[in-house]
Design a protein around this ligand. Structure first.
Ligand SMILES: Nc1nc2c(c(=O)[nH]1)N=C([C@H](O)[C@H](O)COP(=O)(O)OP(=O)(O)OP(=O)(O)O)CN2
Ligand SMILES: [Zn+2]
Length: 121
């Protein structure tokens, strides 16, 4: 059986959001911002090139999606009307799985406040 590898690349972005949950005066409902880290992993056997996929390609694809969100209001993006970490994981997965069918994991975190969400695919 051939070995199976999992490669991972990270990107970063800052964005604003609000979450319409809880009482009318809940702090989640107020417009506020976070710094985000997104990590995408691709699993597979080693191709003749000697890699699962070119990390540079994964980097470019990940950064392109992160750049669309950077310094924007997440709630304005279709699919992110409720912009939780969970929804962000699904957003990135939808955008990356076309180019990377071996996409195995998307992780969104807010490192400054110790929050993280992992989507296993
Ligand atoms: N399961 C989830 N729960 C919550 C999410 C989420 O994405 N998934 N998101 C939020 C809000 O983003 C909220 O702003 C996070 O608040 P908090 O963790 O309190 O962080 P703060 O920026 O307010 O920093 P503090 O230092 O804690 O004030 C809530 N829940
Ligand atoms: Zn928040």
């Amino acid at each position: 059986m051939k070995p199976v590898f999992e490669i991972t690349k990270a990107a970063y972005f800052d964005a604003a959001h609000y979450i319409e949950q809880g009482p009318a005066d809940h702090r989640y409902r107020k417009l506020h911002g976070h710094s985000f880290k997104v990590e995408a992993s691709v699993k597979g056997e080693m191709a003749p090139a000697g890699w699962v996929a070119d990390l540079d390609s994964l980097d470019a694809a990940l950064k392109a999606v992160a750049a669309e969100l950077d310094h924007g209001l997440l709630n304005d993006k279709p699919g992110l009307e409720t912009p939780t970490l969970e929804r962000l994981c699904l957003y990135f997965a939808e955008r990356l799985k076309v180019q990377f069918p071996g996409l195995s994991r998307v992780e969104l975190s807010r490192p400054t406040i110790g929050e993280r969400c992992v989507l296993a695919l």
